[in-house]
Design a protein around this ligand. Structure first.
Ligand code: AMP
Ligand code: ZN
Length: 113
């Protein structure tokens, strides 16, 4: 999608602090980190949110989930991490391109705010 910031990052039209990419997904550091490690993992295909994942996205979504632990390991998150997917208005999703926040290197709290 032409006016989507995460599509632009995934297509390398605008710079980001990329930590991983392949044909299907990209992972880059969040601009406003909420933990010592805060990376966003996105499918390269524009999918607006979890609400919009379709059958045709199953392979990409499975691949993304499989890569989470590899990206976490590369970032030194051996002690654990949190994966967050804010969805829709109540979920406080601000960027309308599906993304997973990978947060780590600090003890998280529960319940989240
Ligand atoms: P959410 O509120 O779940 O939609 O999260 C959007 C996230 O994207 C926020 O944590 C922002 O800090 C982050 N963000 C927005 N623009 C950029 C960008 N250009 N590069 C990296 N992170 C970004
Ligand atoms: Zn997009």
């Amino acid at each position: 999608m032409s006016d989507c910031i995460f599509c632009k990052i995934a297509n390398r039209e605008i710079p980001s602090d990329l930590v991983y990419e392949d044909d299907v997904i990209a992972a880059f550091h969040d601009l406003e980190p909420q933990a010592p490690v805060h990376v966003l993992i996105v499918p390269k295909k524009h999918i607006e949110s979890l609400d919009d994942v379709d059958f045709e996205d199953m392979e990409a979504m499975g691949w993304l989930m499989k890569k989470v632990k590899d990206i976490a390991k590369d970032l030194g998150l051996e002690n654990g991490y949190r994966l967050v997917c804010n969805t829709g208005e109540d979920g406080m999703q601000t960027v309308k391109h599906l993304h997973f926040h990978l947060l780590g290197r600090r003890k998280m709290t529960w319940p989240p705010g």
